[in-house]
Design a protein around this ligand. Structure first.
Ligand code: HEC
Length: 502
């Protein structure tokens, strides 16, 4: 293998690039991690060849210039100078800023040297580390810590790759692509997050692989999203490990076709420290995998152990006390398919609701699987291997594995999202505000209905608020300023929010 790792290939990749530093320092040579090459921890010539043949998730129009950012420089300044196709290489150092990427084809690459990373430090004051709304954006190798809102948030960008970042103690969401199609979230280590370490929101065709998530409320969340695979992750010591569910009151109302396979889901018993009233604040500590109001979820090949409430909880919305129902969301979890998993020592100190279901079946002791609520078409393989309750109506699955499905990514890349001026308000609402506001109930912020009552007929005042929010409610966190949105988008989103009817 070693003789195959040829610097030549690396040079080819960046040979086309100009190097734009603030002085004549040259950018370091980086081995490529595009197209899944980093699955093996480094550069693979074969994988690179395959990428060139087929295209990676984030298809880049052309190899542009390289902008070098050094300790003390501003990453945002480099983003502003960059053209689509450019790579921004950020040297190890401390960067305390928020970076907004509103262009397509930007590759933001932290350089790791002798274990030192480009570190974004929010100092406990800044809201977000990296927000992107462009298509085909790649973000790799950063260390991100002490932000209050998001580590990396995508706002309606398609074809994204978020890879090999270390995100520690960073507010509400660690990695949060919202409203994106075709994206890869892999090899990240995320911990200490108050809501979800990795939160896939209202997205399609997503692959979440080889991440480690821990010490957070929710480890990995697939929410109001379709065609997602969550595999080879290690979700441990969260309140809940891996979750696929529907949050009601959001404009996209389904979670479907999710495969959760070959993950470690261990000891997710951390006491819930989610913001009071938020949906995740209702997750009982000790939840391994949770399926709630999601359909066609396959759970296969996971090692699920030491989760004190239950290894797998499948339920409907009525189970969750922190949820406001939405008549347009089907509250049931249909067609849950539980294939072979290894489950040990789950449910050893469970909650009253699970005990109640167990009691109706005269079951005592450990609980690997519990299903609460009605459901159609669910099935299980080798049910005798588990301590399960509530699965009396599960059939036997007529298949035993998902080997024929590699991923749900879009071959050749998804179409880029192009936002027509008339859609600005809607897309900003979907891509930004719904991360914290739902129409009917409380999420991180108050419901849209509450906001409409306060600001009816006065979008100007709403714009003023989102530009410079002031703290109003004791029992809510502060709202981050949305002043990076341009004035037209702000007015469009305010008008859109006030006119919403569901
Ligand atoms: C990271 C989470 C988050 C995001 C994203 C967010 N908000 Fe908020 N918002 C909040 C929180 C939390 C509050 C409550 C703040 C308080 O009461 O101090 C709030 C409150 C509000 C209010 C009520 C203001 C008042 O006078 O009480 C409005 C209006 C609002 N948000 C609009 C928006 C719009 C529009 C967007 C999208 C462009 C948005 N928010 C995005 C978290 C968020």
């Amino acid at each position: 293998m070693n003789n195959k790792i040829k610097i030549v290939l690396v040079i080819i990749i960046f040979a086309g690039g100009w190097i734009l530093g603030s002085n004549n320092n040259t950018a370091p040579v980086i081995t490529s991690s595009m197209g899944g090459a980093s699955y093996s921890g480094g550069y693979q010539p074969e994988a690179q060849a395959a990428v060139q043949a087929e295209g990676a998730v984030a298809l880049r129009t052309e190899q542009g210039q390289i902008h070098l950012v050094k300790d003390g420089d501003s990453i945002q300044a480099a983003v502003e100078a960059a053209q689509p196709g450019d790579t921004i290489q950020v040297m190890p150092g401390i960067y305390s800023e928020t970076v907004y990427i509103d262009k397509d084809d930007i590759h933001l690459l932290g350089v790791i040297q002798e274990g030192k990373r480009a570190t974004m430090d929010g100092l406990g004051k800044l809201n977000d580390a990296i927000l992107y709304s462009g298509n085909n954006v790649v973000i790799e190798n950063f260390r991100i810590t002490k932000y209050k809102g998001n580590g990396i948030m995508g706002q309606a960008g398609n074809n994204f790759e978020i890879r090999n970042n270390v995100i520690v103690d960073t507010g509400i969401y660690g990695i949060f692509p919202q409203l994106g199609t075709n994206g890869l979230v892999e090899h990240n280590v995320v911990s200490g997050i108050e809501d979800a370490a990795i939160y896939i929101g209202m997205s399609d065709n997503i692959h979440v692989a080889y991440n480690e998530v821990f010490d957070s409320v929710a480890g990995i969340e697939i929410e109001n999203s379709r065609h997602a695979i969550v595999e080879h992750n290690n979700a441990h010591n969260n309140t809940g490990g891996i979750l696929a569910f529907v949050t009601p009151g959001l404009p996209i109302k389904t979670t479907e076709d999710v495969i959760i396979r070959n993950n470690f889901v261990l000891n997710n018993n951390t006491p819930n420290f989610g913001a009071p009233g938020s949906i995740v604040s209702g997750i009982p500590a000790g939840t391994g995998i949770l399926v709630m109001a999601a359909d066609d979820v396959i759970i296969e090949g996971n090692i699920i152990s030491g989760n004190k409430t239950a290894g797998i909880i499948v339920n409907d919305h009525s189970f969750a006390t922190t949820i406001t129902m939405d008549v347009e969301s089907d509250p049931n979890s249909d067609r849950t398919m539980i294939l072979d998993n290894v489950m040990l020592n789950n449910g050893y100190d469970t909650i009253a609701e699970v005990k109640a279901v167990a009691l109706t079946e005269l079951h005592t002791g450990l609980v690997d699987i519990v299903h609460v609520g009605s459901s159609e078409g669910s099935c299980i393989v080798n049910r005798h291997r588990y301590r399960a309750v509530g699965i009396g109506n599960y059939g036997d699955c007529d298949f035993t594995n998902t080997d024929s499905i590699d991923n749900y990514l879009v071959a050749g890349g998804a179409d880029r999202r192009v936002i027509h001026p008339s859609e600005r308000g809607e897309i900003a609402y979907l891509g930004v505000c719904t991360g914290c506001h739902s129409y009917t109930g409380r999420l991180i912020g108050p419901s849209v209905q509450v906001i409409q009552a306060m600001y009816a007929g006065n979008p100007e005042a709403l714009v003023e608020y989102i530009n410079a929010p002031v703290k109003k409610r004791d029992n809510f966190p502060p709202m981050p300023a949305q002043n990076y949105l341009d004035a037209e988008t702000q007015m469009a989103v305010a008008t859109y929010m006030l006119a919403l009817e569901k």
